[in-house]
Design a protein around this ligand. Structure first.
Ligand code: SAH
Length: 213
């Protein structure tokens, strides 16, 4: 299947019916062909609203979850964003359409390499991908206007909270990896942090240290 007019219409309909209503987010998701990020056997299911397996035993998130998380970040065109969990690179590309600069990290080198190949092929200049343990954030590039974690942590990681600007927003799935987790939005104010629970989600776990491949 190709991302033709009909596939796009169905894809966008599924997003809207699951609560993705932000026009800029929908436009970005209409522009970026998800099939590029899903290789092999599952590529013909790229426009269905489901998570799909990628290399290293990881998953590309469900499109409606990508849309909800992006929407929850309330991105501005000047924002510098950190994504923890590059995976396929799909979410990073969506972010790159709505923000000034995107840094994305994954603990699997192989995923970072493959995502970089896609960013280059699409001529996207404003994403930098690193192989690193993202639970420490990226101290050299900090602070960030927005931080998106696309793997589940038991608690929002302290170093990431510390790398959030005042007025900044972090979205992170919180909870045990084998259960349903809660998507949390954290805002940093002059005087502290505000936590808001958004919806239940299911993500692969945030794991410490670099992966083997
Ligand atoms: N955002 C991705 C999906 C992420 S799946 C996409 O759009 O396709 C979660 C990813 O988090 C996996 O690729 C996994 O390797 C990565 N991950 C888990 N723990 C991590 C850590 N400590 N640092 C960086 N990446 C991590």
């Amino acid at each position: 299947m190709t991302f033709d007019a009909e596939a796009k219409m169905q894809f966008l309909f599924a997003l809207r019916s699951k609560g993705v209503t932000d026009t800029a987010v929908l436009e970005a998701m209409e522009k970026v062909d998800r099939a590029l990020f899903v290789q092999g056997y599952f590529s013909d299911r790229a426009y269905e609203d489901m998570p799909l397996p990628i290399a290293c035993g990881q998953t590309i998130s469900q499109p409606s979850v990508v849309g909800m998380m992006t929407q929850a970040l309330k991105l501005g065109p000047r924002d510098k964003v950190l994504e923890v969990g590059t995976g396929s690179g799909y979410q990073a590309v969506i972010l790159s359409q709505l923000a000034r600069r995107v840094y994305t990290v994954d603990r699997h080198r192989r995923l970072v390499q493959s995502a970089r190949g896609i960013f280059d092929a699409l001529n996207i200049p404003n994403i930098t991908a690193f192989a690193a343990d993202g639970s420490h954030g990226l101290p050299d590039q900090a602070p960030f206007d927005r931080i998106l974690v696309t793997a589940a942590a038991e608690d929002p990681p302290g170093p990431l909270l510390a790398q959030l600007k005042i007025g900044g927003i972090m979205v992170v799935p919180v909870g045990q990896s084998d259960a349903v987790q809660r998507l949390i939005r954290v805002r940093r104010h002059e005087t502290g942090l505000d936590y808001e629970e958004l919806r239940p989600v299911r993500f692969v776990p945030l794991v410490e240290g670099l992966g083997k491949e």
